[in-house]
Ligand binder design. Structure first.
Ligand code: MLT
Ligand code: ZN
Length: 472
């Protein structure tokens, strides 16, 4: 059941819930107002949570039983991990059953030969990092929400983060998945194989599907060797046009693992949030880059890149980390941005273009934003080394939430047209969810969207898996 329920429908739903309780007496079900509120929202905070109830299964069998019950009673399901999503993908605002994976958060297996870690979906990204480190390996996908986001959510949005230029997105690191389908069947997708040329790769279809194709109940993650020792360098950059030239100079000489940028407005907010000022002079742009620096030759190369950029007028100043603590302090300037902006209720854009298209796109986008947002604080930052920019527009305190969102949505429509001209995407790594749904057609053509709908119908004929997300 989705949408507004009539009284008869509402009592049938309550009856259905009782039936689930009787059929699965050990399944933890919550329905207190505070729980509905807590589990029904993500970091977007735009929709009023209104789920039917919250289920907290502990096993694949319980998840299968929930899916069968939901299918029999036509009750929609919203999967839920750390709810750190920024696109409304985990919002439950229409009487859905939230299936929270927070109790399915264990490491199930480590395979030293395959170099894989099999985990349940509710495990936090940081716990995966720790588990990999216990075996002298790494799981390289990483970003600021690592402590609270879950692997299930990462898989659902094909999460990217700060080291995509070296390691790629989540998609590259998923060797296998177990999926509970809408009719309660348990599928084992790809089984950890490296080579598997046996038809459609359903595992890859599920990654980035935002929970619309079923419930991921297990993931086998590929691990790799830790990188060599690294250093972090912060540059102060005088002009937008210099950003990608600095990137080219760094990439030519250094083995980069990250190349991130932010503006003076972003720095302003992070400093107000307690970070330490890196330079005396203010610059309009900053770059944080991380690179291998295991020996003197690599460290020397970094200094030479800095000098060359300075001589070419591409940077004004720079700081090179000399310890892990300094590296962490430089990273904090970039990774602390999201948290520092949160009190200002930002409207978030998460866009991408090909790396080669970044300079032209930046020019056009900058004119658009200056023209359309003359009175708003617009904060730019992101993973510019892989073509992904985050544009956060901060809500003026006196403006009502709905008016603010309406104004931003008008500009996002224009932005999506600019993106379409540059061959970009309206969502790079946060997903489409509810927030970006109106702009999907700027990034995917109508036939592509129709094919996606068709795929979804095959997996979930009743449309019960996270309905309303991605498309209607
Ligand atoms: C980040 O890279 O910090 C987040 O993905 C961006 C955001 O909070 O908009
Ligand atoms: Zn990001």
């Amino acid at each position: 059941m989705t949408g507004n329920a009539s009284d008869a429908e509402a009592s049938a739903t309550v009856g259905a819930l009782d039936e689930l309780r009787r059929a699965q007496p050990n399944l933890r079900l919550l329905a207190a107002a505070a729980d509905l509120e807590h589990y029904g929202r993500d970091w977007t905070r735009r929709w009023t949570p209104a789920p039917l109830a919250i289920a907290l299964p502990v096993s694949n069998e319980e998840v299968q039983a929930i899916a069968r019950w939901a299918s029999a009673h036509r009750i929609a399901i919203v999967p839920s991990g750390g709810r750190t999503g920024l696109s409304g993908g985990a919002v439950a605002a229409n009487g859905e059953l939230v299936v929270s994976f927070e109790r399915m958060n264990r490491v199930l297996d480590f395979n030293a030969v395959d170099r894989t870690l099999t985990v349940q979906p509710g495990i936090a990204l940081e716990a995966v990092h720790r588990a990999a480190a216990e075996h002298g390996l790494i799981y390289p996908v990483d970003f600021a929400a690592r402590g609270s986001c879950s692997i299930g959510g990462n898989i659902s949005t094909n999460a990217g983060g700060i080291r995509v230029i070296r390691y790629g997105n989540t998609r590259e690191w998923i060797a296998g998945l177990k999926l509970v389908t809408a009719n309660g069947e348990l599928l084992e997708l790809n089984r950890g194989l490296i080579k598997n040329s046996s038809g459609y790769d359903l595992r890859q279809l599920v990654i980035g599907a935002e929970g619309t194709l079923g419930l991921v109940v297990e993931a086998t993650l590929r691990l790799t060797d830790p990188p060599p020792a690294s250093q972090v360098m912060l540059f102060a950059v005088p002009q937008m046009a210099a950003l990608m030239r600095v990137f080219a100079a760094c990439r030519k000489r250094l083995n980069l693992s990250a190349f991130e940028f932010f503006t003076d407005r972003a720095l302003h907010h992070v400093l107000a949030h307690g970070a330490h000022k890196p330079f005396d002079e203010v610059s309009p742009y900053y770059v944080v880059t991380e690179f291998d620096a295991a020996d003197e030759a690599q460290q020397q190369a970094a200094l030479e890149v800095f000098e060359q950029c300075l001589n070419d007028g591409l940077v004004n100043d720079g700081v090179l980390s000399q310890s892990d603590a300094q590296a962490a302090a430089l990273w904090r300037l970039r990774e602390g941005i999201t948290e520092s902006l949160a009190p200002h209720k930002p409207y978030k854009n998460d866009i991408s273009v090909r790396i080669s298209a970044v300079p032209d796109f930046l020019d056009e986008m900058s004119s658009l934003l200056t023209r359309e947002y003359p009175q708003f604080d617009v904060v730019w930052f992101g993973h510019i080394g892989d073509g992904n920019l985050h544009i956060n527009v901060l809500k003026p305190a006196e403006l009502a939430d709905a008016d603010f969102v309406a104004q931003c949505e008008r500009v996002t429509k224009l932005l999506s047209e600019v993106l379409a001209r540059h061959g970009g995407s309206i969502s790079a790594e946060h997903g489409i969810g509810l927030v970006k749904k109106p702009y999907l057609s700027g990034t995917r053509n109508p036939s592509e969207i129709e094919l996606m709908r068709g795929v979804r119908r095959v997996f979930d004929p009743q449309g019960l898996m996270n309905p309303g997300k991605l498309f209607d």
